[in-house]
Design a protein around this ligand. Structure first.
Ligand SMILES: Nc1ncnc2c1ncn2[C@@H]1O[C@H](COP(=O)(O)OP(=O)(O)OP(=O)(O)O)[C@@H](O)[C@H]1O
Length: 289
């Protein structure tokens, strides 16, 4: 059994973490956000995420990725356009219901570091409190911890965990919420390459809708079904990874070279990125006499 299959089986065995009504899609219809000084940080974006799909949002710094992500789960309201959750307008869905549907792992989710890991992951149960027995809540927390390989650390305080372990704890907390939609803002920050691959692989097996802002472009194609490329608040591509991260688009948007590559052992297609030849960037020009 490959590692990938083993993970799939472990997640299937822990499938209490995946809601039966998990297959919900999201749609942004012509959404915009304009700042008080008149800047369009999200500009007339139309974008759909199919039920159970994993969408990666990529783009350079300041492109509007986090703002678009926040529109998707209602943290920000659009000035124009609307967000649909399934066929319902998100603006008409109560905060309580949203809290049960969306689990969000943000960039700076620093809780009180004196909490134990188990208590922290139990926070994910708050939207469901009273709907199932306390024993069922505990079991779900344990499953979420086991799934992220943190079972043995359940009694440790967060301050005793490494950055990578805290990041996994945040994902465990999100999964304990049994969300329909998982929202990840740069989830692989602080993770070493193996932990990063594991985390994205875990998200890949969940069979729920996942929307993730990713900075590391090499993580995108193993993880995502589709990719939204943002630049200057606009959506400039929305397609399967190889098409959305086409070399021309990558060069225009990121000033990087992109080379498609197939892993000869697995047949999996991967994208390799490089900076353009010296002289292609202002920094390089400044450094080379
Ligand atoms: N509340 C706000 N008020 C004014 N400007 C904002 C606000 N939030 C974000 N911005 C600006 O909007 C633009 C897009 O920000 P956003 O955080 O969505 O980009 P991003 O693509 O996620 O960037 P990064 O990769 O650096 O995290 C930036 O220029 C940012 O400074």
């Amino acid at each position: 059994m490959t590692r990938d299959e083993a993970l799939g089986r472990s997640i299937a065995a822990n499938n209490r973490l995946v809601r039966k009504d998990a297959a919900i899609g999201l749609r942004a219809e012509h959404v915009s956000i304009t700042t008080p000084d008149g800047r369009r940080i999200v500009d007339a974006v139309d974008l759909s995420v199919e039920p159970g799909e994993r969408l990666a949002i990529v783009g350079p710094n300041g492109a509007g990725k986090t703002s678009l992500l926040r529109l998707f789960f209602g943290r920000l309201k659009p000035d124009a356009g609307r967000i649909l959750l399934g066929d319902r307008d998100l603006a008409r869905i109560s905060l309580t219901e949203r809290a049960r549907m969306f689990a969000v792992v943000g960039q700076n989710d620093l809780p009180d570091l004196r909490m134990t890991l188990a208590d922290y992951v139990d926070l994910g149960r708050i939207p469901h409190r009273g709907r199932v027995s306390a024993a069922a809540d505990r079991e779900i927390v344990e499953r979420a911890l086991d799934l992220l390989g943190l079972g043995a650390a359940a009694g440790r305080r967060l301050q005793m965990l490494s950055g990578g372990e805290r990041q996994r704890a945040a994902i465990a907390r999100a999964l304990a919420q049994e969300p329909s939609i998982l929202i990840l803002d740069e989830p692989t920050n602080h993770l070493d390459p193996r932990a990063r691959a594991d985390m994205l692989e875990t998200a890949r097996h969940l069979r729920i809708t996942v929307v993730a802002v990713l900075h590391d472009l090499t993580s995108v194609s193993p993880f995502a079904d589709r990719v939204a490329v943002m630049q200057g608040g606009r959506l400039v591509a929305h397609d399967a990874p190889a098409a959305a991260l086409d070399p021309k688009i990558v060069r225009n948007v990121f000033a990087m070279d992109c080379f498609p590559f197939t892993n000869p052992e697995t047949g999996r297609s991967l994208l390799v990125f490089d900076t353009p030849a010296l002289g292609g960037s202002n920094v390089a020009r400044a450094l080379v006499p």
